[in-house]
Design a protein around this ligand. Structure first.
Ligand code: CEZ
Length: 795
């Protein structure tokens, strides 16, 4: 460890703390990780809460909409990485004024950026909050969501731990911001104890009138007590002082103004006189509403009725593995508390879209297999109900009647069908639900079974081969921005060709498992044909190339100064079993030499610094960012999966650990995020841009989580389902002498203890040696104790 690592290590240890019981993660210095945040959701909304009090909230109606905005007109876009914070960024703040001395500070940190005596920002499963000591006052400020309504539920507790009476004015301030260029206004409604900001959603076409009228265009803040004063005009609240020294707070009371086509703010004043030892409590409900009646309903329920329903409780979320105990405690924490939670978020909200990319939808479904298999089943059926007449799958799946294909879904990509057999195979292994293949799915006017539809999706992948038997890439494959390799109809993708082989192999596994072997040889022949073509066209001495362009230029090889090696073809060659022996070792050592960083493997290297017109917009992204050479966690997980498929368990676990946030103690600072989610990427280009290397995208939408969970369950702990039960085939890192986990499988509970010893893998169920390391005959509702003897050395 270098000296600088030492310092970072000490700093990180001091600022990030874990609660081993509930997995809660706390940050104790607001300046150490300025973008640190957590997120909460229910099926209708998502809120990201930043450690400094900033918030980004959206709800579905059914398209994602905001109700708390910045001060100027904002563009609508898909979720963007590394979004910064600015001084007027929407937030949920509390200003506190000592009415005797006039001293003023803000909670939790912004907008005044006041230093407190102690600061603790805690992200837990269903709540996010702060505990702050400022002088002799203690504050708790926290938020939960309602279980289904679109409301944020905030609570403030104050304790006067000092020796003297305190006279305080407490000013909760919730951003509402620029709502509409047609009409926006706000006022205080005494009968509801609420500030209500109303707007008319802007529209111009008559045809949009109805939708505009149906949209929820009100934002409200309701309080548990009558405020002493209020302000609803943002500009008056701020005055010239700005949010860090608002003019309004220099007066004894707020101005009680009504906003009249002015950007609203929800600011209230509560006077509190606290004797020594006394406490005060206030609660608030904030969110969007349809109209005043809707506000009244929500106030009645959450303020007057005191509804205490929580959302997202870990106790209620089914998990495939619990009671994880390994020598890597921070790994256990992440996999127990945060990983299934993030998978659940994907399954509940579909990345806050109404038209998820088909590959995302199917891979997010892959994670659901382990926590909510019925959701995975629904994903399969919904996808197939939108199958194209050609057998191919569309670019996005429409989740509502009015949904439309947007953004990247308007660009044709050729890989979507690949993910279907991957999901089906995993789903069938885990649930044993062979019948799904016989379910009839109606699409347009045509009815066909899941089996038939999957076969026609695979045929569509075969129809997409060129006359060399390589997969055409058109305007992109898994890699969205690789849009100019094959837009003229000739370019091919090494990755997609491999993924097609892999999909065909998994489909054969499904056919064997479900005893439908008649067609298996047909698919095997196709896979063999593609495999031969892949090896002869893409193998480039030490690794596989990434593709061949429309003009016949092979890229992703040593001949290229930039984009010399891409991770995906190496990973999928390992996954699809295209290599062994020397070729496999060559691939792994090339990845180690050229791509592996302390934060995980980069997607490609060296990153592009110039536009390459036969590759496309990927090469225009900043070097080391996103697909242009970041550690793209989704791609990194493919590599880990490939390593496990090749029994490279130590290398696989090493790469996996590099990718987890905050698992190595010095990480949170460099990554700039708390270990409460796996991000979409960490910045790469570690040599060219060392200052930004490792920086998290802060995006918690990623296909990586499904793959990671599957890896941990099926590869690391080696507890994979089959038709008859569980196959035990662990791949523990060699330095682990023992570990244990509880596997929840088809309603049976299997408590597994791993112990190093002996030369062959042996599995005992109730002390009885199990044939072929298989656990069969597991009954729902029963608990089993299993001992696994893991060989000292590889067999
Ligand atoms: O979107 C992801 C997609 O959701 O990019 C992945 C792809 O496999 C996922 O399905 C890799 O390309 O269009 C763009 O350039 C965007 O950068 C997208 O590629 C990216 C979004 O930023 C979300 O991360």
């Amino acid at each position: 460890m270098r000296a600088s690592d030492d310092i970072a290590f000490e700093a990180a240890k001091a600022v990030v703390e874990h609660d081993p019981d509930d997995g809660a993660v706390s940050l104790t210095i607001p300046t150490a990780i300025p973008l640190a945040s957590g997120f909460l959701w229910n099926q209708a909304m998502l809120v990201r809460v930043n450690c400094r009090g900033y918030a980004r909230a959206q709800f579905l109606q059914p398209e994602p909409s905001a109700y708390s905005h910045g001060p100027v007109l904002e563009a609508t876009t898909f979720e963007q990485p590394e979004l910064g914070l600015y001084s007027q960024h929407p937030g949920r703040f509390v200003y506190v004024r000592d009415d005797d001395s006039g001293a003023l500070f803000s909670l939790p940190y912004a907008p005044m950026r006041t230093a407190h005596d102690t600061f603790r920002f805690t992200v837990s499963d269903e709540r996010i909050g702060w505990t702050i000591h400022h002088g002799s006052l203690t504050f708790e400020w926290q938020v939960r969501l309602a279980s289904s309504d679109t409301v944020e539920r905030w609570e403030l507790h104050i304790l006067n731990a000092g020796q003297r009476k305190r006279r305080l004015s407490v000013f909760p301030v919730f951003s509402i911001g620029y709502m509409s260029w047609m009409n926006q206004s706000a006022g205080f409604e005494p009968h509801l104890n609420a500030i209500i900001a109303r707007s008319v959603p802007p529209y111009q076409h008559l045809r949009d009138h109805e939708a505009a009228m149906a949209a929820k265009s009100t934002t409200f803040l309701a309080a548990s007590r009558t405020p002493d004063s209020y302000e609803t005009v943002h500009a008056i609240f701020e005055g010239d002082g700005g949010l860090h020294a608002p003019d309004a707070l220099s007066n004894d009371t707020l101005g009680c103004n009504e906003a009249a086509y002015e950007s609203p703010i929800a600011a209230m004043q509560f006077r509190e006189t606290l004797r020594p030892g006394a406490t005060a409590a206030l609660s608030f409900v904030f969110g969007p509403a349809g109209d005043d009646e809707d506000v009244a309903r929500l106030v009645a329920r959450y303020i007057r009725g005191g509804d205490t329903t929580d959302v997202g409780s870990a106790k209620r979320r089914p998990q495939a593995i619990t009671a994880i105990q390994t020598p890597a405690a921070s790994f256990d924490q992440f996999v127990t508390h945060w990983l299934p939670r993030q998978i659940d978020y994907h399954g509940t909200l579909n990345r806050l879209t109404t038209d998820p990319q088909t590959r995302n939808y199917l891979q997010d479904g892959l994670g659901q297999v382990f926590i909510a298999p019925e959701r995975a089943r629904a994903v399969i059926l919904k996808t197939l109900a939108q199958q194209e007449p050609s057998g191919g799958l569309p670019d996005g799946i429409l989740l509502t009647d009015d949904a439309e294909l947007k953004y990247i879904n308007q660009v044709p990509h050729t890989d979507h069908a690949v993910w279907l057999p991957i999901l089906l195979n995993t789903y069938i292994d885990e649930t044993g639900d062979h019948d799904i293949l016989d379910v009839t799915v109606r699409c347009e006017s045509h009815e066909a079974s899941v089996f038939e539809r999957t076969e026609s999706a695979l045929n569509a992948l075969l129809d997409n081969l060129d006359d060399r038997s390589l997969s055409l890439i058109a305007q992109g494959d898994w890699c969205d921005p690789m849009n100019m390799v094959g837009h003229r109809g000739q370019g091919v993708s090494a990755w997609l060709s491999m993924a097609t082989i892999y999909a065909l192999k998994l489909w054969q596994d499904v056919l064997v498992a479900t005893k439908r072997t008649t067609r298996a040889q047909h698919w095997q022949d196709a896979a063999d044909r593609i495999q031969q073509a892949v090896k002869s066209h893409f193998w480039a001495d030490r690794w596989f190339a990434r593709g061949i362009t429309d003009d016949g230029r092979r890229f992703g090889t040593e001949d290229d100064a930039e984009g010399q090696i891409f991770l995906n073809p190496q990973s999928w060659a390992l996954m699809a079993g295209l290599v062994d022996g020397e070729e496999r070792d060559a691939i792994i050592s090339a990845v180690n030499d050229k791509l592996l960083t302390p934060f995980g493997p980069e997607m490609l290297a060296p990153p592009y610094t110039q536009f390459v017109d036969d590759i496309g917009r990927l090469t225009q992204k900043h070097p080391g960012y996103a697909e242009n050479g970041s550690v793209y966690c989704h791609a990194a997980m493919f590599y880990v999966y490939g390593l496990y498929e090749q029994q490279q368990s130590d290398a696989a676990f090493d790469v996996l650990m590099r990718c987890l946030p905050g698992v190595r103690d010095q990480d949170p600072i460099a990554r700039g995020q708390l270990p409460v989610f796996l991000p979409n990427y960490y910045r790469g280009a570690v040599d060219a841009f060392p200052r930004t290397a490792g920086r998290s995208s802060q995006l918690f939408n990623t296909g990586a989580v499904s793959w990671l969970y599957r890896i941990v369950i099926e590869q690391l702990f080696g507890l994979r389902g089959t038709s008859d039960g569980l196959i035990v085939a662990p791949q523990l890192p060699s330095q682990w002498s023992s570990a244990s986990v509880t596997r929840h499988f088809r309603d049976a509970v299997v408590r597994v203890r791993y112990q190093r010893g002996g030369r062959v893998l042996r599995t005992f169920l109730n002390n009885e040696l199990q044939e072929n390391n298989q656990l069969t005959g597991l009954q729902p509702g029963k608990t089993y104790d299993v001992e696994v003897h893991v060989p000292e050395e590889k067999e």
